[in-house]
Ligand binder design. Structure first.
Ligand code: JJW
Length: 448
């Protein structure tokens, strides 16, 4: 038996996102988002699932917060639906939207749970997509206006902020691969979108500083860690490209004010480059207070000139996979955390880590021991990184509850709490009680 003790101020938490749990998509003045549109487009989402009801957390948030209190979390990461605050993205403020988030945040604070707010978790107002979305600098300015509304309204009440969740998913998964909303499949569009969200990030941080908000702000990239199939240079360069696609492409502009040259070369070879205007990189490169890191899986890659824009191919090394098909390899989290040290000794939160394990309810229980195994392995790596001196301040399990897993709809379950989507009954899983024990003890026990 090994005991890994965590720092006394370590922030144990969970995470969700607005479109994935709230439902009530037509209630209290909420505008349409690109995910409402995408989900209702035939063939885009498994089973045609959409977020109209989801977990109905818009109405059931008090029940959810009671479960968070029972779990014992110190912080809860949620996102705000921009279409609830400014329904057409750039016009009138919807007071009922602000009122909802005040009720919600007040209930969290009443239960001694620190609100950790993501401003943008993919639900762009459709009206802004209609004018070009993040490719249009009017959308960038609209985001800054939305951010200012949130900063003025919640500044001080909410002390931990993130501008964007998973820039790679917003730019590349949604506009090059096309698997997420709005579903473009054009590399130049994805670079334009990536540049737009980086500009919006930088301007929003500038606004946060200008207003003198009492709090901290950052951004939350997702990283798929990659290792080379062999020690030859071409395979190592392939792994470097895959890592940079998720991390450096966004974090070099934020921390250094430049895109990584080897990735600019890679994209230029594929016929695309970011549309950088004078002053853009200075705007993007604003000092931030923390980084969120979302980590799920890693890949083994080798160089392949015919392997797409990155000229690589992932290899199946026979690792155990979760029910969504992602290989389980926790050392990738440890390596990714060390990799991020090149950006300095900044506070880091694991803002998402979890496993898709689709076990159902049997006799009132969910025996999701595979999820416990995944969490145990990854939290052990978190402790290892802290022991190495990395400034790791908190861990938020994805997810508090089963929810709408985007293009996978409701078939993929990441929650510590099971949700019956017909009755909306919540059932804490075995992993909920396991995590509750880790939080209560502030230590991790491993069997070895
Ligand atoms: C090559 C083709 O590939 C097609 C699908 O490719 C991906 C890649 C990555 C994801 C993905 C999903 N998540 C979990 C979410 N993070 C934010 C939160 O909302 C969770 O729901 N992280 N990454 C999905 C699909």
């Amino acid at each position: 038996m090994t005991i890994f003790q965590f720092p006394s101020d370590f922030k144990w938490g969970t995470a969700t996102a607005s479109y994935q749990i709230e439902g009530a998509t037509k209630e209290d003045g909420r505008g349409i988002s690109i995910w409402d549109t995408f989900a209702k487009t035939p063939g885009k989402v498994f089973n045609g699932d959409n977020g109209d009801v989801a977990c109905d957390s818009y109405h059931r948030y008090e029940e959810d917060i009671a479960l968070m209190k029972e779990l014992g979390i110190k912080t809860y990461r949620f996102s705000v639906a921009w279409p609830r605050i400014i329904p057409d993205g750039d016009g009138e403020i919807n007071q009922k939207g602000l009122d909802f988030y005040h009720r919600f945040v007040d209930k969290l604070i009443e239960n001694d749970i620190e609100p950790f707010c993501t401003l943008y978790h993919w639900d762009l107002p459709q009206a802004l997509q209609d004018i070009g979305g993040w490719e249009n600098r009017r959308t960038v300015d609209a985001f800054v206006k939305y951010s200012e509304v949130m900063f003025r309204e919640f500044g001080g009440k909410i002390k931990y902020w993130l501008t964007f969740n998973e820039p790679w998913c917003i730019a590349f998964l949604s506009n090059f691969i096309g698997a997420h909303a709005p579903g473009n499949t054009d590399l130049q569009v994805s670079l334009n979108v990536g540049h737009g969200i980086l500009l919006a990030h930088g301007k929003s941080v500038q606004k946060f500083r200008e207003l003198g908000i009492d709090g901290k702000i950052g951004i939350a990239p997702n990283m798929e860690w990659s290792v080379p199939y062999s020690k030859n240079e071409a395979d190592q360069a392939a792994a470097d490209r895959n890592i940079a696609w998720f991390a450096d492409w966004f974090l070099d502009p934020v921390f250094k004010g430049t895109y990584p040259q080897f990735m600019l070369d890679c994209f230029e070879a594929a016929g695309a480059k970011p549309n950088i205007q004078p002053g853009d990189m200075e705007t993007i490169c604003q000092p931030i207070d923390h980084l969120g890191l979302n980590y799920y899986t890693m890949s083994v890659v080798r160089s392949n000139p015919g392997g797409g824009i990155l000229q690589l191919e992932p290899l199946d090394m026979g690792l155990v996979r979760t029910d969504i098909g992602w290989p389980v390899e926790s050392r990738g989290l440890y390596e990714a955390l060390h990799y991020l040290q090149k950006y300095g000794d900044i506070d880091i939160y694991i803002t998402e880590n979890g496993a898709c394990i689709n076990d159902g309810v049997e006799n009132g229980e969910v025996k999701d021991f595979r999820r416990i195994s995944y969490l145990q392995q990854h939290i052990a790596q978190v402790h290892r990184a802290i022991s190495d001196g990395i400034n790791l301040k908190g861990y938020m399990a994805w997810s508090m509850m089963d929810n709408y897993e985007w293009a996978e709809g409701y078939r993929m379950r990441f929650g510590l709490v099971h949700v019956d989507y017909r009755s909306l009954v919540r059932t804490p899983k075995e992993s909920f009680y396991w995590y509750q024990n880790v939080i209560r003890n502030n230590w991790l026990e491993t069997k070895d």
